[in-house]
Design a binder for this molecule. Structure first.
Ligand code: SF4
Length: 436
């Protein structure tokens, strides 16, 4: 675990009403069933008028740059091309979040013509993929990731990102995925690690909705007992990465609604050259000022914070070096670049690419039952004319409201005060007669 000090990073300025993204779900239907999924697959699609109503809800509540079109898997919606046009007409950048199974070149070309800006592929080893990719390990799936990235690059003009849900048994592969992304920094513009979370029904908490006790069992992300960790954190992943890449340096974050010093979204940006036979070359990591300048300049010029930069800007690293005037991280990158060109002068002709490594740390249940969510959640979706956390939409659909978590009373009966799972070590030997 590395020690990250939130006061030295740039706190992203995103709020509920002034953000970078909104999360549109035109379908619940999916062709996979990932372990960490938080959407009930009832096979239904929304109508185009329902989708327009969602876009109107986003417009009613906030300003934003891009729309993540997700689900389920949005490529399964029969009108996905028209949905992309609707987002463009609404004045936002459409990004499709897909597992890629249903993607074909002709469909991708149609989506690009409709105004698509980019794709985020969800690929990891807990998806139960069929066929060639059945039971493939996290690293064996790099072959699939490369296939998707090369398909997108061959169509051109589209940004390409990958996200992977990180589980207890895949934490160790994160540095390899960071290396894989660096090797293809020219066609993979972002890699996102999302930490696995689940609602443990037989765990340390009782659940309530509007004050009434409820069972979490109906929720797609409920599990009876914790068969694996549900508390992997962003600093932990940074620590694992820094064991391999000591200079790996996050620069911006979103805090938590209960713990402002937590890293709910953690952003790391870097510039470099892709692998050309021997090795890829990362020139360095941007500092906190980089994101501050980028976000606020976009807000001043466009009126919104920036979610997805146009693909051409991601390969314009040489001109970005000028930011070294105000940004120490860029100064280091410029110095490394100059030293590199002394040894490899021909590389001066090559483009310098930008890539982000993101981490998302969903809900953290605190020992006293408070729920630490992402403060300024970019992935809000529409529900009943309101904007809600998309990771908890199922609770509104199942109970009509979010569920609260209260520590279970156990052991010496003073748990309601301590709420501590290791009651015995805190309150001495278990005194069964006192159990309420
Ligand atoms: S609050 Fe939930 S939906 Fe929003 S960014 Fe965090 S994990 Fe995603």
């Amino acid at each position: 675990m590395t020690t990250l000090d939130h006061r030295t990073l740039y706190r992203l300025p995103w709020t509920a009403s002034d953000n970078v993204l909104s999360w549109l779900e035109p379908t619940n239907k999916c062709n996979l069933a990932c372990d960490g999924c938080y959407r009930q697959n009832d096979g239904t699609h929304k109508t185009l008028s329902e989708i327009q109503a969602d876009l109107d809800t986003f417009r009613r509540w906030r300003t934003y740059d891009s729309v993540s079109i997700a689900g389920g898997d949005p490529l399964l919606h029969p009108d996905i091309v028209e949905i992309v046009r609707m987002v463009v007409r609404d004045g936002h950048k459409p990004i499709i979040n897909t597992n890629g199974l249903a993607l074909t070149r002709p469909l991708l070309e149609d989506l690009k013509r409709a105004g698509l800006v980019g794709l985020t592929f969800h690929v990891d080893s807990h998806q139960g993929r069929p066929g060639r990719w059945k039971k493939k390990t996290e690293l064996e799936l790099n072959e699939l990731r490369l296939e998707y990235a090369q398909l997108v690059a061959s169509v051109g003009g589209l940004s390409c990102a990958f996200n992977a849900t990180i589980y207890q048994d895949t934490v160790e592969f994160v540095p390899d995925l960071v290396q894989f992304a660096a090797d293809h920094i020219d066609i993979i513009h972002s890699i996102i690690f999302i930490m696995y979370r689940a609602a443990i029904t037989e765990g340390d908490f009782d659940f309530f909705s509007d004050g009434k006790p409820v069972k979490a069992t109906p929720l797609v992300y409920a599990v009876d007992e914790a068969t694996q960790r549900t508390d992997i954190s962003a600093p932990e992943l940074v620590g694992v990465i820094q064991q391999r890449f000591p200079d790996f340096a996050p620069s911006a974050y979103l805090g938590g609604t209960e713990k402002p010093d937590s890293f709910k979204w953690l952003f790391t940006g870097r510039f470099g050259f892709p692998k050309n036979g021997k090795e890829s070359k990362v020139m360095g990591y941007v500092g906190p000022r980089f994101m501050e300048v980028v976000q606020n300049t976009h807000h001043v010029v466009k009126g919104t914070y920036l979610a997805y930069a146009p693909q051409w800007t991601l390969e314009a690293g040489r001109s970005a070096l000028a930011m070294g005037v105000v940004e120490p991280g860029m100064r280091t990158i410029a110095a490394n670049y100059a030293r590199h060109l002394v040894r490899h002068p021909l590389d001066a002709r090559k483009k310098l690419h930008f890539q982000s490594v993101m981490m998302i740390q969903p809900i953290d249940l605190l020992p006293d039952g408070r729920q630490n969510m992402c403060d300024g959640c970019p992935d809000v979706t529409a529900h009943d004319g309101k904007i809600v956390w998309s990771c908890r939409l199922e609770e509104y659909r199942t109970y009509g409201s979010l569920i609260q978590s209260v520590p279970k009373a156990r052991g010496c009966g003073v748990a309601s005060a301590c709420g501590s799972t290791n009651c015995e070590s805190k309150h001495g030997e278990h005194k069964p007669e006192k159990v309420a």
